[in-house]
Design a protein around this ligand. Structure first.
Ligand code: ZN
Length: 426
């Protein structure tokens, strides 16, 4: 197994910072072993290194806050930049017995494999993380690490915390148990994504959109994909590593992308615009259905078995009556997950479409940059001639406005129809 940070593509600065922190964390543990009352240096109220008290330099076991370890972190970056990959790798580096994420020791292995008893990954499946889930998590996070190192809690999509859940988390971060580390992942540190008070207690690790060449390199090295396919997929995925891998490997994903990129050609009138809107929505629904239906059926079967649905004993009927509530709860969770999957699928389609109009815009401006979609570059070039820079920009903005509207809870069909009309009229 390679080094735990190997899959974090094009993020050299962040990796260097995390390695330094893991080294500092190991030093805290060693100081603790020598019984010199180790403690982490909490981030200051402004969340910056400068705001931390200077006195900590002189305390045994404490660390220079600019390079050292702290107990709460936020990983930010655009989708696909590797926020959760970074958080998991850092968790492994903290549990590493031999270094700062060697990839070889049991601590690294179990963390990367998702079986380390002291690392909890919270992956929200629905639209938000609730307060109950967060309270239970915070409670368990306060226990002593069984492996003798750190309790690590990774919260993916921390921007989906409900307000109450955010408050429960804030309390834990404000008064952190001595050996607990919180790693949050969010698109940005904008107050819409993460509350100002939580952000002020965390150190921020910004990840950038990895360059296409770096994404292509990892597809070739790790996934054994042919270099020309890897390069095409990396460009088409616009820096999203997971999406690039799917495009390179999954013919269905390529077909869906082609259908999306056929939209500009098909917009020949009002009727065609509404048809295109329906097609886009239905494709997103179908994609989401395919991605969640298997998990839904497995979960339902597992719950029914656990509740004794197949049973014939005297208790079985009564158990089933009590079970109705649990099944209802499961259905609610699954519905929420399906909605999320649909939104994600639709958003991917909109990002592809935005890439097309961005290509048209850069061509109209004769900007010396490579197109996002090499396979529709000719079509984008024709668009650039017809629409000029201004018309291309208006269309690009229409796609981005549609994304923003859906994010703001406008009904997807309404937002997409408005976008298609704008794309047609220009
Ligand atoms: Zn290790």
């Amino acid at each position: 197994m390679p080094d735990v940070f190997a899959d974090l593509v094009g993020q050299d600065e962040a990796v260097a910072e995390l390695r330094r922190a893991a080294g500092a964390a190991a030093a805290v543990l060693r100081a603790g072993a020598a019984d010199r009352s180790p403690a982490l240096v909490p981030a200051g109220p402004a969340g910056t290194a400068e705001a931390a008290p200077e006195a900590c330099d002189t305390e045994p076991g404490a660390l220079d806050p600019s390079t050292g370890m702290t107990h709460a972190w936020i990983f930010t970056g655009p989708p696909g930049s590797g926020r959760s990959v970074a958080a998991r790798a850092f968790a492994a580096a903290l549990q590493c017995t031999y270094g700062t994420g060697c990839g070889e020791c049991p601590g690294c292995h179990t963390t990367m494999g998702g079986t380390n008893a002291d690392v909890r990954m919270v992956v929200p499946e629905g639209l938000s993380i609730g307060v109950g889930e967060m309270r239970a998590l915070v409670l368990r996070a306060a226990s002593t690490p069984s492996g003798g190192r750190w309790q690590v809690v990774v919260i993916e999509d921390a921007d989906r915390l409900t307000e109450a859940a955010g408050n429960a988390l804030l309390k834990a971060i404000e008064e952190p148990p001595p050996r607990t580390v919180f790693l949050l992942c969010a698109p940005s540190t904008h107050p819409d994504d993460i509350s100002v008070t939580i952000r002020s207690r965390c150190r921020v690790v910004p990840l950038r959109q990895p360059p296409a060449a770096a994404v292509a390199e990892v597809l070739v090295r790790r996934d054994g994909i042919a270099p020309d396919v890897a390069q095409w997929a990396a460009a088409a995925a616009q820096g999203h590593v997971g999406r690039a891998r799917r495009l390179a490997r999954d013919p269905e994903a390529r077909k869906r992308r082609e259908a999306v990129l056929a939209v500009p050609r098909r917009l020949t009138g009002v009727g065609a615009a509404f048809d295109a809107a329906s097609a886009l929505i239905e494709a997103a629904e179908a994609e989401a259905e395919a991605s969640v239906s298997e998990a839904d059926a497995t979960e339902r079967a597992a719950l029914e078995t656990a509740l004794g649905a197949g049973g014939t004993g005297r208790g079985a009927a009564g158990a089933m009556r009590g079970a109705a509530g649990q099944l209802k709860e499961l259905e609610k969770r699954q519905k929420s997950r399906a909605t999320r999957a649909q939104r994600d699928a639709l958003d991917r389609a909109l990002v592809d479409l935005a890439g097309f109009y961005r290509d048209a815009l850069t061509m109209a401006l004769r900007a010396p940059v490579d197109p996002v979609h090499t396979d529709t570059a000719a079509l984008a070039g024709a668009g650039a001639q017809k629409w000029d820079a201004e018309g291309s920009l208006r269309r690009l903005e229409a796609v981005l406005a549609c994304r923003a509207a859906i994010e703001a809870n406008v009904k997807p069909r309404i937002a997409v129809e408005a976008m298609m009309l704008a794309l047609w009229k220009g």
